[in-house]
Design a protein around this ligand. Structure first.
Ligand SMILES: Nc1ncnc2c1ncn2[C@@H]1O[C@H](COP(=O)(O)OP(=O)(O)OP(=O)(O)O)[C@@H](O)[C@H]1O
Ligand SMILES: [Mg+2]
Length: 418
């Protein structure tokens, strides 16, 4: 095992463990990068090692892949392969000789899998992302004597089930320990990294992920942009060398429009540039007419920048995608399905790039994108979740197209890791 140095906050939690003051449910909540997952893994390992060998334990995250990335590899690195091994194919691990089941909470079969078993302990990473039913089932299975839950999470909307039914539930005070971690508690991070993180999060994302508050999203989504749109302007002559250009295409239905946005990315994935956007009313447009518009748009980009773009289209429209593949073949353009990440992940990435001074656009070419940023608001009628208002009053098509053009590269563009 390597030498472990805890932050003051992490020490506080380890003290509670040593004094046997953990409760049945133990939830570490608060800011991003505040050291929750890191200490939770150590605490979990120590705790499991102190528990009976013949109990069954479980570790879960939203998906098995996120569990592996966020918890299983880090746990192995922290305590060594001698003490923790795992296999994703058998969905099992062994931690200090205890059997650990591994599950992804969003896998529809998982809930059925855990029905009926008796657990001695459970570990959950990023708990707000779990379906409530999975969590309820998990708790009902924690029935071995002394069984405990250890979980980490960032805050979400104040009406989230975890907040309302557990964290704020007065009946659970004897059973639930909640420990708050602030980003400033993680004294292992370099100060300039923390400063840049604080700058990149804006609006509701700042309140949640930096301050660690359970708050609703209200008003303008891209306030950081609409406060000073002209500061994002860049001229074609000022552009640095672009490594790649991607075009996002959202197909319009009866009510909406087709939308195209071309974005360039620099080789170091530090900067994103919107180069051109186009909004094409869907009414009266034939597939052939649309292919022609897309062809012209892409040909123009190629002529100006000397780069063959890749096109990402809304995967819901496979017929149009197939037609486009043929239509764009002469230009050598590859047409792919848009990845369609969670919308809020795309929004968070966009606002982070904006606030970090890493997003710019060519204003005179991107009128529809500028309008779309300025018109986008959070829907205040949806309770319990965050939703971008999509009632025809704002141009969601253009925002989708913009996001399709770069969402594949979000992990590289928004590097939370140092
Ligand atoms: N005591 C420590 N010693 C060394 N590194 C640490 C320590 N605590 C945390 N870290 C490092 O700090 C970074 C953030 O920690 P961690 O991933 O636990 O944060 P988190 O609160 O789970 O964040 P998020 O909400 O983003 O998941 C990680 O790179 C982690 O390895
Ligand atoms: Mg974490």
């Amino acid at each position: 095992m390597r030498e472990l140095g805890f932050t003051a906050k992490q020490n506080e939690l380890m003290r509670l463990f040593k004094q046997d003051r953990l409760k049945r449910l133990n939830i570490l909540q608060g800011s991003v990068r505040s050291g929750k997952t890191w200490i939770s893994l150590i605490l979990w390992a120590f705790w499991v090692a102190s528990r009976p060998k013949d109990y069954l334990y479980m570790m879960c995250a939203k998906s098995l892949q996120t569990l592996k990335r966020n918890c299983l590899f880090p746990l192995q690195e922290l305590i060594g392969e001698k003490h923790f091994t795992f296999s994703l194919s058998t969905k099992e691990g062994v931690l200090f000789g205890r059997k650990i089941m591994l599950e992804g909470a969003n896998d529809a079969r998982s809930e059925g899998k855990i029905r009926g078993i008796t657990l001695g302990g459970a570990y959950c990473d990023e708990l707000t992302l779990f379906p409530k039913d999975f969590f309820t089932m998990l708790l009902s299975r924690l029935s071995a004597p002394g069984a405990k839950l250890l979980a980490t999470t960032n805050p979400d909307v104040p009406t989230h089930w975890l907040k309302k039914e557990y964290l704020d539930n007065k009946k659970l005070v004897d059973d639930l320990l909640s420990v708050f971690f602030s980003i400033d508690d993680n004294t292992t991070l370099p100060a300039d990294y923390v400063e840049s993180l604080k700058k990149e999060y804006t609006g509701v994302f700042y309140d949640r992920f930096i301050l660690g508050k359970w708050v609703v999203a209200q008003g303008a989504i891209y306030k950081v942009f609409s406060d000073d749109p002209s500061s994002y302007n860049v001229s074609a002559a000022e552009l640095p060398h672009l490594d790649q250009i991607n075009v996002g295409l959202d197909f319009g239905g009866n009510e909406s429009a087709h939308a195209l946005v071309a974005c360039g990315i620099t080789q170091d994935y530090r900067r994103l540039f919107a180069l051109r956007s186009e909004h094409i009313p869907a009414a009266g447009m034939t597939p052939q007419g649309l292919y022609k518009r897309v062809y012209d748009f892409c040909a123009d980009i190629m002529q100006r920048y000397g780069i063959v773009p890749t096109l990402y289209g809304d995967s819901a429209e496979q017929t149009l995608i197939a037609g486009l593949r043929l239509a764009l073949k002469p230009l050598g353009i590859i047409v792919k399905n848009a990845l369609k990440r969670e919308i809020n992940d795309r929004i968070r990435a966009t606002t982070m790039l904006m606030a970090g001074g890493r997003f710019n656009l060519i204003s005179e070419e991107c009128g529809s994108l500028i309008d779309a940023f300025q018109g986008a608001v959070w829907d205040d009628k949806v309770i319990g979740a965050e939703v971008r208002l999509d009632d025809g009053t704002s141009d969601i098509d253009t925002l989708d197209a913009f996001e399709y053009s770069f969402e594949r590269y979000i992990p590289r563009l928004v590097r939370l890791e140092q």
